[in-house]
Write a protein that binds this ligand. Structure first.
Ligand code: AMP
Ligand code: ZN
Length: 485
């Protein structure tokens, strides 16, 4: 069996991954708070952990991996968004507006992440479906002396857990100095964090032993991961902005409520995404959502390719240049693999790269090498299995899959353009074959004939060692391709 190595934030080392139960490998990733469209940064953990999910399924078996990613559908940011909508005249109670917003955001999230080729996790629990489990966990923490009720709130007492701060390597004093902690008269220690807080009549709330209220953010993940994955599971992931305080607090809650368990054995954190070298932010005007890019006609597969081009533990920079290069590479690879059949074998080199702490950029380099190798030979010297294996290897990264070809590659385009895209792809395949034959016979007349016809149809023909690329120009007339195919 392939040995997978993963960098564990907890030990700050790359370790051999040994699942608790190889028949059920369990992973939890913190999901989105559903109040708005996912921005491009939010897509990074989705794609990183999607590749890990694919790798684990490949190594341990498709049905032997449980991947849980939650939806935080109770949160002050959601309440604020609904309140603002009400202020500008939206109809309905605040509760109805909140429900409408969370439903809508979850369906957007699904559509956008599907377009990036991300597999749906095994389970996607919504926090509001697990309030009972959260209340039970909070009661247990109070009974064990790790939490206390005060003025309708319940707080976790950080002094009751000696290892608090171990994940991020901070002492409680450092945390107080560095964090914007909410000072409140009912807190015993300023770092104590909220497990439960009171709701007013308008705000969503549930009956509890401490009055009508709602859970804090951190307890959601501790309760849902326990219910769905148990007191000890294999991998916990998220962006590195969640390390402190969110993950530190999850650990404190889960280890104190279930001291018999280890909570998560491996902690994985992706670095942040930037845009053209700068932090993505609304004030810099470089903030955009996944949907913005899809609507501009950027295929979801291109977004995925760019993201996976940088190792997940390095900051990743989204640039127009990378986007163009990704589009070009994928066009070439799609032309190359358009006759591939399902059932190919994943290249051991691609697998080895991914097994080495998810070296996605290394895996992409191997794919480039394989593509060049296939292209450098005469078409009839390339056997079907080689093409099938190439496609299967790209598939482990979620690339060149069928789901894109009619979906995200053509998103937002007219159906006429969709058909001409398919024809262009077939044309490029044909051109590659004709060129390979010509190199052997030294008779280039057929290549020249096709090239002239393509130019006449408004298509630029680029030929290189890597293959044939057909780029439609502004005057592209798809009808002129019909007679050639
Ligand atoms: P949120 O909805 O803000 O809790 O974020 C959902 C996920 O997106 C979390 O795992 C965050 O760590 C991650 N995330 C947020 N911003 C970025 C960014 N700029 N780059 C990478 N990941 C991010
Ligand atoms: Zn979480």
């Amino acid at each position: 069996m392939t040995t997978i190595k993963l960098h564990n934030t907890k030990t700050r080392k790359k370790e051999v991954f040994a699942p608790i139960d190889p028949d059920n490998v369990r992973m939890y990733v913190c999901g989105p708070t559903v109040y708005d469209r996912a921005h491009l940064g939010n897509a990074r953990p989705v794609l990183v952990f999607d590749v890990l999910f694919r790798l684990l399924r490949h190594v341990y078996g498709t049905d032997r991996v449980t991947y849980v990613r939650n939806f935080t559908d109770v949160d002050d940011k959601i309440n604020d968004t609904a309140r603002k909508r009400k202020e500008v005249g939206a109809k309905g109670t605040l509760e109805e507006l909140i429900a409408e917003r969370t439903e809508e955001t979850i369906s957007w999230y699904h559509a956008d992440m599907d377009a990036l080729g991300a597999l749906r996790p095994t389970q996607e629990p919504r926090a509001t479906d697990w309030i009972g489990a959260m209340i039970a966990m909070i009661e247990d923490l109070i009974a064990k002396g790790h939490a206390y009720a005060a003025e309708g709130h319940v707080l976790f007492a950080v002094d009751s857990y000696a290892n608090y701060g171990a994940l991020s390597g901070r002492s409680v004093d450092d945390m107080i100095a560095g964090a914007r902690v909410e000072v409140a008269p009912y807190k015993r220690n300023p770092m104590d964090f909220v497990l439960w807080k009171p709701s007013d009549a308008e705000t969503p709330g549930w009956d509890s032993p401490w009055g009508r209220g709602r859970p804090g953010w951190h307890i959601e993940c501790s309760a849902m991961s326990f219910e769905l994955l148990g007191a000890s599971f294999d991998i916990h992931g998220g962006g590195n902005d969640l390390q402190f305080p969110h993950h530190e607090n999850e650990i404190a809650q889960s280890k104190c409520a279930h001291p018999e368990g280890d909570f998560a054995n491996v902690w994985m954190h992706n670095e942040m995404l930037q845009v053209e070298g700068k932090k993505m932010s609304k004030s810099l005007g470089n903030f955009f959502t996944v949907r913005d890019l899809l609507d501009q006609g950027v295929p979801g597969e291109v977004i995925r390719f760019v993201m996976l081009g940088t190792h997940y533990r390095k900051p990743m920079d989204w640039t127009e240049k990378k986007r163009d290069e990704a589009e070009r590479t994928l066009r070439l690879w799609r032309n190359l693999a358009n006759t591939a059949q399902p059932g190919g074998r994943v290249s051991p080199e691609v697998l080895a790269a991914l097994a080495e702490d998810l070296n996605t950029s290394g895996a992409i380099s191997v794919l480039h090498k394989l593509a060049k190798g296939i292209n450098s030979r005469q078409r009839h010297d390339v056997d079907q299995a080689e093409l099938d294996d190439f496609a299967a290897s790209a598939g482990l990264l979620g690339l060149l899959e069928d789901s894109y070809s009619m979906g995200s590659w053509v998103f937002g385009k007219e159906i006429g353009t969709v058909l001409s895209d398919m024809n262009l792809s077939r044309m490029a395949g044909m051109m590659t074959e004709v060129r390979a034959r010509a190199m052997q016979t030294k008779d280039f007349s057929e290549v020249d004939r096709l090239k002239t016809a393509l130019l006449d149809a408004g298509v630029e023909v680029r030929m290189s060692k890597e293959g044939v690329e057909l780029v439609p120009g502004p005057g592209f007339d798809p009808a002129k391709l019909e007679g050639l195919l």
